[in-house]
Design a protein around this ligand. Structure first.
Ligand code: E4P
Length: 222
């Protein structure tokens, strides 16, 4: 499963990229607004930090003609940019247009399998299925993810299912179990994936035993 970081914060992208496990970055208008910096400037810095990654940048218009202009502008900034498009009627139309031009798209704000079907049929590269926002209203967001993965596999659609709106590490485990292709995580959640108290305790014991025995990997200097 590919791991993306869900942020507009350059320092978070830099750190996640240094870990060597980062496959891409997702942004959205809210995350970009939080940075206090310009959209293009932020997205291009992210592209530099993750040179082989897919970097999602979202259109903000809601009518087809303006969305198309924005999409072509965003696409022109860097070859690794994936144009993020909300699942509304002109959005699906736009995804079909962009797909016909071989421009990669990430269809966002997808909550149901029926919405995902429209995105897949339009040729979406990624289908961003939101889970946390559904859990927040006392439903099970991951159910639609499993069914969407099944749909994509049954019908052989090219789209990859991207689990978005992740709130905790268990969502990552559930994304793996559902066979999702990608999971995008806030930096804080990505950092939590490293943590286990038995890892910390185990390492402490290994190092203390090693040091007590006076061992060294390198030859000791005479
Ligand atoms: C996905 O691409 C979105 O940017 C993101 O995952 C939304 O998460 P939220 O529900 O925590 O805002």
């Amino acid at each position: 499963m590919k791991l993306f970081v869900d942020t507009g914060d350059i320092e978070e992208v830099r750190q996640a990229a240094e870990w060597g496990i980062l496959d891409g970055v997702t942004t959205n208008p809210t995350l970009i607004a939080k940075t206090g910096h310009g959209f293009k400037e932020t997205v291009l810095k992210i592209c530099d930090l993750v040179p082989n990654g897919a970097i999602s940048a979202e259109v903000v218009a809601t009518d087809y003609d303006t969305m198309l202009k924005e999409a072509l502008e965003i696409h022109s900034w860097h070859p690794n940019i994936v144009v993020k498009v909300p699942l509304i009627e002109p959005g699906v139309h736009l995804v079909k247009t962009l797909s016909d031009k071989n421009i990669k798209t990430n269809v966002t704000l997808v909550f149901t399998v029926s919405q995902a079907l429209l995105a897949a049929k339009a040729g979406a590269t990624f289908i961003s299925n939101f889970v946390g926002r559904v859990d927040d209203i006392s439903d099970e967001g991951m159910v639609a993810v499993s069914k969407t993965v099944q749909m994509v596999e049954n019908y052989g659609y090219d789209s990859e299912v991207l689990v978005a709106s992740v709130r905790h590490p268990l969502h990552v485990v559930q994304a793996v179990e559902a066979g999702a292709h990608i999971c995008t995580l806030p930096f804080k959640i990505m950092s939590m994936l490293f943590k286990h108290p038995l890892t910390d305790a185990g390492l402490k014991r290994f190092l203390s035993d090693w040091n007590d025995a006076g061992l060294s990997i390198f030859p000791k200097e005479a």
